[in-house]
Design a protein around this ligand. Structure first.
Ligand SMILES: [Zn+2]
Length: 90
């Protein structure tokens, strides 16, 4: 494997299914152990996160992925309107 391939893998966006799996693991992690009032509250928020009613928590992999995807869409729209947009940034 070359270094280039490593980089590609690093910046690969996770799939929705992977994000959901990660969220479940994060909820399990929050609920195990002592579990303060705060961790239980955060776990509950993540558990209630679903289509049309997102939790928008920074620690929610599904919402974090959605934010990244939306940012990318805005980026490509700007690029279509201003062809030199990308060149100006990168
Ligand atoms: Zn969420």
């Amino acid at each position: 494997m070359t270094e280039d391939e490593d980089d590609d893998d690093l910046y690969r966006e996770i799939t929705f299914a992977e994000a959901k799996k990660e969220r479940k693991q994060h909820i399990d992690w929050l609920l195990k152990g002592e579990g303060t009032k705060d961790t239980r509250r955060r776990a509950k928020l993540l558990q209630r996160c679903r289509k049309g009613d997102r939790c928008n928590q920074d620690e929610c992999p599904v919402c974090a992925r959605r934010t990244r995807c939306a940012a990318r869409r805005i980026g490509s729209v700007a690029e279509a309107i201003y062809p030199r947009f990308k060149a100006a940034i990168f």
